[in-house]
Design a protein. Sequence first.
Length: 216
Amino acid sequence: MSSWAGSNLEDNIWNHDDPLNPPPPDRSSNPTVNWHKQKRSNDTHQSLADPAARLYKKSSGSEAKLGYLGHVITENRNGLIVGTRLTLATGLAERSAALEMAANKEAGKRITLGADRGYDTRSFVEQTRALGTTPHVAQNDTNRASAIDGRTTCHQGYAVSQRKRKRMEEVFGWIKTVALQRKTKFRGIDRVGWMFTLAAAAYNLVRMRNLETATA
């Protein structure tokens, strides 16, 4: 989810505490700055308009943008959202949020948790199992050993989970386009998170209406 402050990084990000790179003398709303070859990271820069937003990119070749990470967990039967989280944009946020949401399951109830291969780490798989949840994570065996072995992949439920988890793209697609959350109009993790949860609730209402219409 892109930050409201993320359209013009040069206008919003500047490290005022770096003596070797002081802010430009022109303190107008649109100062003249030479950003050529300058590296920007969360360790050296911070948004002036939305300090909680962080630079993040989904893949190594993509552009880093200011934003937050929204996370949802859905149930397989009807595709309804049963949990949401909004976190700072960090490399470990997705797995941490998944574990936190999985921990909210009904005590004593065994569930499965489907996820893409970005979750295929030994730490995540072990922590998921410790919660009484079976990790149905897509295997990432490219130049490495997967933490998911044949004891999990041999079951029919694993294939079902891998098929159902792709519904997640429909959820995020709806939230970004119909609910207009591709670029939030709020600032701060609390307000952005509140709006993300509201959008997820609206998705569930639309989904339930469509399911009822389909079975009528």
